[in-house]
Design a protein around this ligand. Structure first.
Ligand code: FMN
Length: 229
């Protein structure tokens, strides 16, 4: 993937913060022993190249949709929805992913690259110009509920952009999987570490990403209008 302000050098500050709940301690210790920060963390946007000064949201419809197990991706999804002044929706499941069983289910499902059973979503992708899809990274992969959403809605998706939250590594691989599942290149993607979300230090990145997406849509609208003239 082409990138511009992308590959942030991982620092000690971006080391993984995985919520330590008593019942998850063993697995978190295993995950935290993995050197997440040895791998690059992607943060880029194709539309950020040569963006115009003017932004027009007049005719663009955007949906931000995400899955979140422990609230981190939800927080970014809601911030993006607010920054884009657009619709937002969370992907839900019937099953619980709380506790050790839920944690194990998530771990195994992502290792097996299996979609999970998700509840029907209420927003119709066909009525949007851009869908921004967010996932937590699970074992360097897209989460099972987002995998299911992408498989279910593949044929209906307009332009797509991706975001993820993660301990520190695997975002690029998760984005590559998402791209393969939808069969198209995202117009932009953003990876934010869980510790950044927890500290609140992610808002500037979200704002920049949202601005780039808006301007990209505006430019796209202009070129469609120009070719129709
Ligand atoms: C089963 C599982 C696997 C995970 N695997 C990774 C991983 O490969 N790389 C990483 O950086 N973080 C990993 N994490 C950490 C989550 O990506 C991170 O905490 C994320 O922000 C959680 O988002 P959520 O609160 O929206 O569920 C994993 C977490 C779980 C539960």
């Amino acid at each position: 993937m082409k990138s511009d302000h992308h590959l942030m050098a991982p620092t000690a500050a971006s080391a993984p913060v995985i919520a330590v709940k008593a019942e998850e301690t063993f697995f978190n210790v295993v995950l935290m022993r993995i050197n997440w920060s040895a791998l690059p963390l992607g943060c880029s946007n194709l539309w950020l190249e040569a963006i115009s000064e003017e932004t027009s949201m007049a005719t663009s419809r955007i949906l931000v949709i995400w899955y979140s197990r422990t609230g981190t991706t939800r927080q970014v999804g809601k911030s993006l929805t607010a920054a884009l002044h657009c619709d937002g929706e969370e992907i839900l499941e019937d099953i619980s992913r709380g506790g050790i069983l839920g944690y194990l289910r998530s771990l195994l499902g992502s290792l097996r690259q299996k979609p999970s059973r998700i509840a029907a979503t209420s927003k119709d992708p066909l009525t949007y110009d851009l869908i921004v899809i967010g996932t937590p990274v699970w074992t360097w992969s897209v989460s099972s509920p987002v995998r299911a959403y992408l498989i279910t809605n593949k044929a209906k998706l307009p332009e797509v952009a991706f975001f993820c939250t993660l301990g520190g590594a695997g975002g690029d691989r998760a984005f590559a999987q998402m791209q393969e599942l939808v069969g198209r290149r995202p117009v932009g993607y953003l990876a934010i570490t869980a510790d950044k979300v927890a500290s609140g230090a992610y808002n500037a990145e979200v704002a920049k990403f949202a601005e780039a997406l808006q301007q990209g849509l505006a430019r796209q609208g202009e070129s469609v209008a120009a070719s129709a003239a």
